[in-house]
Design a protein around this ligand. Structure first.
Ligand code: FES
Length: 195
């Protein structure tokens, strides 16, 4: 005959009820918040400064070009397009059938050569086998400087594509940064001459 231990049974039931109630009572009160990623992206987009670059991806956030485009959208997108219209075309983009050539005398090298107007004075001098000075090749130092001695402002003879080092007086004295200088007339130059 089976003997029922009512004390043990009661204890078991009580423990079970306690476990169930603890299960439902647990928790810190934390509740998940909504998706904040869009808000964070918009806040970050507002803190990214505008740059001079017209490319639509210049506000890219964490490399996510698509997300940045979506955030930029609307008026900001229009601003970027306007920037693109204002950008000066580079002489490097002159099409083949519009290229012009000019006679340039390199005094120290003792030669006059024909230079195209879609490539820099530095590049074309190097093509001729000359070891001309340079460092950044981006118009941001004066390592490649030379002096055009044909008289007057150097920009009468070359187009500087984004030079950032020479002031108006130095340009008037004929100085040029050969790494960003594209010929626009015949001239004579002394390479390795900085202001
Ligand atoms: S190499 Fe730096 S400005 Fe030309």
């Amino acid at each position: 005959m089976v003997e029922i231990n009512f004390v043990g049974l009661g204890l078991g039931v009580a423990l079970t009820l306690l476990a169930v109630s603890l299960h439902y009572a647990r928790g810190t009160g934390w509740a998940p918040t909504g998706d904040i990623s869009q808000e964070v992206l918009e806040r970050r987009a507002r803190t990214v400064p505008e740059t001079d670059f017209p490319e639509p991806m210049n506000r890219s956030i964490g490399g996510g070009g698509v997300a940045a485009g979506a955030v930029a959208g609307g008026e900001e997108g229009a601003e970027l397009e306007e920037g693109g219209d204002d950008a000066e075309p580079s002489p490097a983009d002159i099409p083949e059938d519009e290229i012009e050539y000019f006679d340039v005398e390199f005094v120290k090298q003792g030669e006059t050569i024909e230079l195209a107007n879609n490539r820099t004075v530095l590049e074309q001098g190097e093509d001729n086998g000359w070891d001309l000075p340079y460092a950044c090749r981006e118009g941001q130092c004066v390592s490649c400087a030379g002096q055009i001695t044909s008289g007057g402002n150097s920009e009468d003879y070359v187009v500087h594509d984004n030079q950032q080092m020479l002031d108006d007086t130095e340009l008037d004295e004929g100085y040029t940064l050969t790494c960003v200088a594209y010929p626009r007339a015949d001239f004579t130059i002394e390479t390795g001459e900085a202001p």
